[in-house]
Ligand binder design. Sequence first.
Ligand SMILES: *Cc1c(COP(=O)(O)O)cnc(C)c1O
Ligand code: SF4
Length: 439
Amino acid sequence: MIKSENKYRVFALRNFRNIPQIQEHLSEEEQHIIEVVGNVLPFKVNNYVIDELIKWDDVPNDPIYQLTFPQREMLSDAHFEKMEKALAADLNKADLSKVANEIRLELNPHPAGQESNVPEIDGEKLTGVQHKYRETALFFPSNGQTCHAYCTFCFRWPQFVGMDELKFAMRETELLVKYLQRNPQITDVLFTGGDPMVMSAKNLASYIEPLISGDVPNLKTIRIGTKSLGYWPYKFITDRDADDMLQLFEKVAEKGIHLAFMAHFNHPNELRTPAVKEAVRRIRATGAQIRTQSPIMKHINDTPQDWSDMWREQVDMGMIPYYMFVARDTGAQDYFAVELERAWKIYREAYKKVSGVCRTVRGPSMSADPGKVHVNGVTEVNGEKVFVLSFIQGRHPDWVGKPFFAKYDPKAIWLDDLKPAFGKEEFFYQDEFEKIQLN
Ligand SMILES: *Cc1c(COP(=O)(O)O)cnc(C)c1O
Ligand code: SF4
C-alpha cells in the first residue's frame, strides 16, 4: 500500500531533534555529533527517508542513515574539534559560517575542474551550461539547484552550504537553444543540479518546451539526472502536480524525443518501497526510460551483493543499469573511499552473478578532469602488475576506448594517484590534454 502520509516534510539542523526516531534511537552525544558535522557538510532529510527508507533498528550501520546523516568520522579530529569549539563559543551566524568555510576549503570543494567546461556564445558565457563531451551538454536550471534530501558524499555540496553562488545556474533556455542550434553535434541535453526534479511541473515545462518546439532538430535525447525516485517518489504519485509532470513527459515522447531519467540509487533498500515501485511504473508508462547510476562507497554499498541486488531489482522494475562511479575526491572522501582495485573486484563479483540483461552497466568509472576513466581491471604484462584503464568519455573524443596502463598501486583511490606503467613518463593523452586546457 502507498502510505497516505505523503506530504513532504523537511528536516535539517534546526529541527532534526524533533524527529521521533532520533529521540528514540540516538543518545544526546550522537545528536551532538550530527550538530557538529552538520555545520560543515550539508544535511537535510525528509519524512520519506525517515519513515520508509531508514531501518532504525540498524542505525548507525543502516546504509540510508549513512547516506543522509552526518557521521563523526566524516571529519578529521582537528576539523571536528574546531567546529565543536566554535559552537560552544556561541558565535554569531557570520562568524560560525566563517569557521565552517575554513574547514570546507580544506575538503577540496571543487574537484575535477568543473569551471573549465563553461561554453560561450558571441563572447557571452553560458554560466548555466557545461559542455565537456561532444554529444552532451549539461544544463543547470536555476530552480533545480537543491535536492529532496542531501547525500553525505555529494560533490556538489559547496552550493548547498552557500559557499558557491549558484554560478552554474541558468534562468532561461533561450541561450541554450541558440547554443544547441550552433552546435549540431550535440544530441543530448542533460538537466542536472542539485536535482531538477525539485521543480514543479510548470517550472520544468518552461525549460523543456523551448527544447521540444521543433527549433532544435539535432536534439534527440533529454536526460534528467535525478535522485527523486530515491528521495521523494511521491513527486510522481501524490504531489499536487504529479499528473501534470507525467503529461509533460508524454509530450516529450510525442515529439519523438527520447526522455531518459538518469536515476541515482545507492542501495537496494531504495528500490523496495511501494511508493518507488509505483513511481517507476508511472514514469515508464509515459514512454520515458529510466537508467540508473551510483557511486560505490564504503559504509553504503561496498559489497557485491548490494550491486547485484540493485541491478537485478532495477531490471525487474523495468530500469536499465548504466554506471558505477568511483567516489569523487571531495568532502568526506576519506570516509567513503573504496580503493580502485577493490571497486573493480566488487564490480566484477556482482557482474558475474547477474544475467546479460543487467550487464548494461559500466564501471567502476572515475569522472576525472580528462574524462570518464574506466577501471577495466588489474593484470600482469611482461611480469609487471598493472591497472588496465580506458576512457568511456574523453575531453578529446578520440581517446575513447583505447586501453592504457598504470602501475599497480593497491592504495590508489583516484586517477591522480596513478602513474604510467612500463617506465613511461606520462599517459598517452597528457600532451593533448594540456593543449585543450590552455584553450
Ligand atoms: C557523465 C557526463 C556526461 C554524460 O556522459 P554519458 O557517458 O553520455 O552518460 C556528460 N557530461 C559530463 C560533464 C559528464 O560528467
Ligand atoms: S541527490 Fe545528487 S546532487 Fe543531491 S545531494 Fe545527493 S548526490 Fe548531491
